[in-house]
Design a binder for this molecule. Sequence first.
Ligand SMILES: *Cc1c(COP(=O)(O)O)cnc(C)c1O
Length: 389
Amino acid sequence: MHFEESDRLKNIPPYLFAEIDEIINKKQEKGIDVISLGIGDPDIPTNTNIIKSLCREARNPQNHRYSSSYGMSIFKEAVSKFYKKRFNVDLDPDKEIISVLGSKEGIANIAYTFINPGDYTLIPDPSYLVYKIGSSFAGGIPYSMPLEEENDFLIDFEKIKEDIARKTKIIYVSYPNNPTSASCDIKFFKELVSFAKKYNIITCQDNAYSDIYSDDTDKPISFLNADGSKEVGIEFNSLSKTFNMTGWRVGYAVGNCEIIKSLGKYKTNVDSGIFKAIQYAAVEALNNYDEYVKYNNVIYNKRRKMVKELLERIGIDYYKSDKTIYVWSKVPDGFTSKTFAKMLLDKADVVVTPGSAFGSHGEGYFRISLTISDDRLEEAMDRIQKVIL
Ligand SMILES: *Cc1c(COP(=O)(O)O)cnc(C)c1O
């Protein structure tokens, strides 16, 4: 028997790096020690206080039943307090906050909530792939907005064609950015608000990396810091990277109450909320964010510094940023993103992510993740040095 996949699934562009995956598998089968700098998933364990809170709440039978797709009040109140302390943003926990099963879920489902077949969506290139694929699943037509290094990987709104903007339903934005590590300032978010207002576009900003930075005087901001932002959009955020909780599946969206309400209406029909014990653990994390975030950033700062120093020593350019868990680096002359990644794998047994995996404008770059132990990262950088010099 053969069961045909839906057109929407079949139409996902073919995975470009199957060949690289195959080489990794073959090497691992032969017992070769391959080091991956390709994974955007923190290696630091979730803090034990957060785990204790989960364990305690898991024992309470009241937490074993369905929760709401909108999130428990105690969770939304903790998000509201966090946004006030961290970003000085006021949020009504009842109307302006919704829980999501990881921001990936919210990002994918916001498309089904608002897009009709034929609506345009504006997608940064390069970017996290869920914006484009999520909106295509819902029948949207993704239109790419190139992120260029000359413009610090910010979106250039002037380059978006007027007729496209008029047909657009959703714009996706994410700063601090995966994969480029670029961040933006309030001026950019203000431009984004004016653009969205002018064309009546729902704005979805993804702030997954809001708390990974080295300079306490230059922390990432929130989209909701921009005047008028709540009239046009929402911001996704997640406990995944901030608290090393990727496997827990807990995040949230904040902002425009109508958008939040509609997302909840959709979600009520496809999920039944996050396990209550996990929401209690998330409350513990959010209430003590300062301590947890400091701990992570000491680790990432040390690794980022080590990677940058080595790249400089071997003459590989990278984008100057102290945000996110990535170093966005330039492929040396004579290579494409893919041939360079393949060469590193062949000769150094090190995996990096080719920039072109994130969109055609990622060509010419590769991404190094800082989510691997200090020694393994050092060993990987040593191996890279040996094949480059
Ligand atoms: C990791 C990541 C997320 C977080 O996803 P979760 O589903 O919350 O784990 C969201 N956006 C970007 C750009 C990411 O890199």
